[in-house]
Write a protein that binds this ligand. Sequence first.
Ligand code: SF4
Length: 277
Amino acid sequence: MRIRTRTAEEALATYQALRALHPDAHCELDHATPFQLLCATVMSAQTTDVAVNKATPALFAKFPDAASLAVADPATEVEPLISTIGMFRQKAKNIVGLAKILVDKHGGEVPKTLAALVELPGVGRKTANVVLGVCFGTPEGVVVDTHVQRISQRLGFTKNDDPSTIEQDLSKLFARDHWDLLSHTLIFHGRRVCDAQKPKCETCSVAIHCPVAGEDAATVGRKPPSSRTKRATTAGSVEKTDAKKAGRPASKVAKKNASTTAKKPAPQATKTPKRSP
Ligand code: SF4
């Protein structure tokens, strides 16, 4: 299906419709401080936010800040608290390692630049921009996960498959002020309405802006089953950056996210869907 790339004005109108549908869109990783969000985001690589949110209360109760976590033993003190999430051994090492660096180099605080953040173990560009956007309002790029990738393709925000190129496309299409909420809104939409395999076009109030609304929507933003595994690896290259630092291949990211997406309920839509011209 050939999809015309949206103009900036069209993209903004679509984004405003998405915001109206998901006014409560936000980062779904529970946290009380930038340090806690940094740890939670590192732990979320190839793991659902729900799983991370189940593990972090006990972790943050015992180690609420960098100073306390920096002196913890990863194997005996941290692993038991996060053993329910994937790659917990490597992630335990990463969060203790990053806590030590925060204490040694940053006064125990989370640095506010992407360059400093990506120096931390387990932290890639995506994780860094989540923290910069949510905690400081200064993302240095658009977070592109599997939902952002798929929805951006369906809505005509990009014609590209590669997350880093999609990030560039979104950065050009939307004003910097929108970058942080844009990601969270697209992720909300992907989890609740625009499912990878079964998008709810018939009740989607954004359909009037959507060039693929209808029966064929599911064919956009994903490949046929025979090539999906290969594509999942390619499409997850942003996750791969973080996953690589977490010590595990990224090819399971899309499969995990698709599983999570299928379990999320859809919010009420408000308009009768129409295909955009
Ligand atoms: S109309 Fe369908 S494909 Fe378009 S954004 Fe809504 S759910 Fe996704």
